[in-house]
Every structure is written in C-alpha cells, then in structure tokens.
Design a binder for this molecule. Structure first.
Ligand SMILES: NC(=O)c1ccc[n+]([C@@H]2O[C@H](COP(=O)([O-])OP(=O)(O)OC[C@H]3O[C@@H](n4cnc5c(N)ncnc54)[C@H](OP(=O)(O)O)[C@@H]3O)[C@@H](O)[C@H]2O)c1
Length: 298
C-alpha cells in the first residue's frame, strides 16, 4: 500500500462502511462520510467533497439499497445510485483521483443460468438494479479507464446493520418459540457475501490500483432457503438460538414483493480473485465468522 493514500469513504454508517472502517489498512488516511457529512442525493455536494479533500480514491460504499422501496422512489434511487458516482467521477477526472464504485449482481436479469462474468452486458429488471447499472455507466464514462474500478458483489450481510442474516436470526427465535415454520424463498440462487471479505476485496482493489469491472462474492452458491437454513443451524451451534425453526422452502410466487429479483445471479469471480490476490472463502465459513462476531457482542 503506498504511503498516506487518502481515501474518501461514503456510506461509512452502512454495513460495508463499518467493515471498511474496522479493517482500514495502514498507510490510508480515511475521510469517512456518513449521511450527516455528505448527502449522496446532492451531486454538487459530492463534487465539492472531491474538490475540497482531493482524495487519491473515492470509495463509494454508500447507496440507496432498499430494493422494494426503490420501485416507489425511482428518482431518489437514481440520484443516489447514479448521480453520486457520476458526480464523483466527473470531479475526479479533473484531479488525478480514482473511483472504486461498489455495485451489485442486480444489474443482471438472472436468466442466464450460469455465473455472470464481469465483461457481460447488464440488463437490470428493477429500479434498484437500473440505478446501480446507470451509476456504473456514468462512472466509467467520466473517468479514464485506468482510474475507475467497479466492484460488483451480491447478498451482502454482516454482524451489524440491516441484513438477511440478522433478520433470520430474529425470525428463527420467534418462529421456533411459537412452534411455527419459517417460510423462505428457494427459487432465487446467488451467493451470500460477508462484509469482512467484501471489505478485504475493496482494500485490495485500492492497494493494487485495480481498474475495470471486478466481481467479488464469497464462494459457492445458495438459495435464500439454503442461507436461512444455515443461519439456523450455525446460529444454534454458537448459542445464538436455543433451537432453529423448521425452514420451509417456498417459491417467489408464494412471496410476492414490489420489486422483481433475478432468479439466478451468481457472479463469476475467478479472474477477479486472482487480480485481487484473495483466496475464495466458502459462504458457510464466512457465515460462521459473522455469527461468531454476533455472539461476541450478544
Ligand atoms: N446489501 C446488499 O445485499 C448488497 C448486495 C449487492 C451490492 N450491494 C452494494 O454494496 C454497497 C454497500 O451496501 P450495504 O449493504 O453496506 O448497504 P447499507 O448497509 O444499506 O449502507 C448504505 C449506506 O448508504 C447510506 N446512504 C443511503 N442514502 C444516502 C444518502 N442520500 N446520502 C448519504 N448516505 C446515504 C446509508 O445511510 P443510512 O443508514 O442513513 O440510510 C447507509 O449508511 C452498496 O453499493 C450496495 O449497492 C449491497
């Protein structure tokens, strides 16, 4: 890592932001911006932040992540997820700075049936995915190719924040106590990604000055049903649950949501893992570590 690299981090209060703060490598001067310091819906404020701080990198981990609510708030989702990266990239183009734009598997339509490679065309099926795809596009259009890195990831969760893992721990306890099953969608397949491995990938991308499109998720594949089952099993083994609830597989049709989600959004991470110099971690192994962190603070 080059000495005294200055990184402007957005979304520092989010689940990835907190993991990035906790794992900051030596030699990085971090300007951490949460919502109070920088409104990502305000493009002028984003550009001003770059001009004021003149960072070597903007690590844009902040985003409008409410996938269902985005269907009702497309302008706000677009302002945050496309306007902010566009403004960062435009301002960075005037300095010698670089952008690491964190993006999502939801830029793909989920119809392919085998893992998506970084260079494939995007085709989002909802407002959130469209706004993130537009953010990638604006970032890449405004900056020279060697100064823009888009890192797509999937199904992010960690020991803090709002996420599927913490929700399932709560529901396992409630349903098991009530003697009721926990119904979880089994026909959407992707890969859970823990914030600690994702944060390591972000810092590696910066440390190695990578550019282009990268894919990073934990290794393996799962449906939401598989993930919920493992959370119950491993959560009980670590004393976070007296006992797991019975998990019942259901279809997406049984659980309608305002936003459609890709049914198969695995990311092909093989090339990116090599570029990042990081070994694959199976999602169950990463989950075990997250649950240990949850147990440590419970
Ligand atoms: N979560 C996932 O499953 C997932 C999957 C694939 C990719 N990603 C991507 O991974 C990155 C990190 O996501 P995450 O899971 O850490 O999300 P998160 O926990 O929801 O964090 C997002 C952060 O952005 C902030 N934010 C939202 N709107 C803002 C605004 N207008 N101004 C300033 N800050 C604002 C939020 O602040 P508040 O807390 O105040 O709202 C929050 O701190 C994002 O780029 C996301 O698109 C996430």
């Amino acid at each position: 890592m080059s000495p005294a690299l200055k990184v402007l981090l957005t979304g520092s209060g989010g689940q990835l932001g907190q993991a990035l703060l906790a794992s900051k490598p030596q030699g990085i001067t971090l300007i951490a911006c949460g919502r109070a310091e920088l409104d990502l819906a305000d493009a002028d404020a984003c550009a001003d932040a770059v001009r004021r701080h003149r960072p070597d990198w903007v690590l844009n981990a902040g985003a409008y992540t409410a996938v269902d609510r985005a269907e009702q708030e497309p302008e706000l989702a677009m302002a945050v997820n496309a306007g902010a990266p566009g403004a960062f990239a435009t301002a960075l183009a005037e300095s010698s700075g670089r952008l690491l734009q964190v993006s999502t598997d939801f830029v793909f339509n989920g119809q392919q049936g085998h893992p998506y490679r970084p260079e494939q065309d995007v085709d989002p099926i909802g407002v959130y995915g469209r706004s993130k795809a537009e953010g990638e596009q604006r970032a890449r259009a405004a900056l020279p190719a060697d100064r823009c890195c888009v890192l797509r990831t999937s199904w992010v969760y960690g020991p803090v924040g709002k996420n599927f893992c913490l929700t399932m721990l709560r529901l396992h306890a409630l349903k098991a106590a009530a003697g009721e099953p926990l119904a979880v969608v089994a026909d959407q397949v992707g890969c859970p990604t823990a914030t600690h491995t994702l944060a390591a990938a972000c810092w590696a991308a910066i440390g190695r000055q990578l550019s282009g499109v990268l894919h990073w998720s934990d290794a393996g594949a799962a449906s939401w049903y598989d993930f919920a089952y493992a959370i119950g099993e491993l959560g009980a083994a670590r004393g976070l649950l007296a006992q797991p609830a019975q998990v019942l597989p259901i279809t997406s049709a049984d659980y309608p949501t305002p936003a459609r989600r890709p049914s198969y959004s695995l990311l092909d991470c093989a090339g990116s893992r090599k570029d990042l110099g990081l070994a694959p971690v199976h999602w169950r192994q990463a989950l075990a570590r997250v649950l240990e962190s949850v147990a440590a603070v419970s």
